[in-house]
Unconditional design. Structure first.
Length: 115
C-alpha cells in the first residue's frame, strides 16, 4: 500500500554505484555477489535466504542498466551461475571475435551486407 512521503522522517537520493566503483577490474561476480556489493557487503558475506532474494531483486536490473560497462562469462560448471565483471580494454578482443564469427547463415556477424 502506498504511503505519503510525510509518513517518513527523511528521504534520500536513490544513488547506485557505477560498475567501475563496485568491481575489482580483474574479478568476475555472480548476481548474488553483486547484490551484496551494492549493499556495501563483501561478496561472500553470509545473508539469510530472504535477504539474498531481495539483494538479487536489486542486482538484476542494475546489471541490465549497466550492461554496456560490463562483460559476462559462461558458468564455470554446467549447473553453475554466470559471472559478470567490469569491461576493460583487454576485453575488446572477445567482442571483436564475436563480431567476426559466422552466424546461422554462414555470414560474418557485423559484416556489411552491401559490400
Amino acid at each position: 500500500m502506498p504511503e505519503p512521503k510525510s509518513a517518513f522522517d527523511a528521504t534520500y537520493p536513490c544513488d547506485f554505484y557505477e560498475p567501475a566503483e563496485l568491481f575489482e577490474p580483474d574479478q568476475m561476480y555472480t548476481v548474488p555477489e553483486i547484490g551484496r556489493l551494492l549493499q556495501g557487503l563483501e561478496p561472500d558475506a553470509e545473508v539469510d535466504p530472504d535477504t539474498e532474494a531481495v539483494l538479487v531483486d536489486w542486482a538484476v536490473p542494475w546489471v541490465m542498466v549497466h550492461s554496456e560497462d560490463m562483460v559476462v562469462a559462461e558458468p564455470l560448471r554446467e549447473d553453475g551461475p554466470g559471472y559478470y565483471g567490469l569491461a576493460t580494454e583487454g576485453d575488446s578482443d572477445a567482442e571483436s571475435d564475436a563480431e567476426s564469427e559466422p552466424d546461422a547463415d554462414g555470414d560474418e556477424a557485423g559484416a556489411d551486407e552491401s559490400a
